[in-house]
Design a protein around this ligand. Structure first.
Ligand SMILES: [Zn+2]
Length: 94
């Protein structure tokens, strides 16, 4: 197997979407081809990071607080005066 063949099958390999014999050929290639080995590992960890990211989505509460913080920062940077942003009213003391 050549590197170009390896690259062609790499995504299927990482998706576990190959028949046993093609899979064995790819693994055999990885035994001696350092470039493809590194590439395979890099791609694999990139996919894993992406999957983790999908698993740990921000909760809505945190997301809206981040959005509010970003908006405040943007308004500050574009020079919108503080009074233009509606302030949260504190409850009057009882
Ligand atoms: Zn190779």
């Amino acid at each position: 197997m050549k590197c170009s063949d390896f690259l062609k099958e790499l995504t299927d390999y990482l998706d576990n979407d190959l028949d046993a014999s093609t899979r064995a050929e790819l693994e055999e290639h990885l035994q001696w081809c350092h470039n493809c080995y590194v590439l395979c590992n890099t791609t694999k960890s990139t996919i894993e990071i992406y999957r983790d990211y999908k698993l740990y989505e921000f909760p809505d509460d945190l997301r809206s607080r981040i959005r509010a913080a970003v908006i405040t920062k943007c308004q500050h940077q574009t020079g919108v005066p503080k009074g233009a942003v509606p302030q949260v009213q504190k409850e009057p003391p009882k």
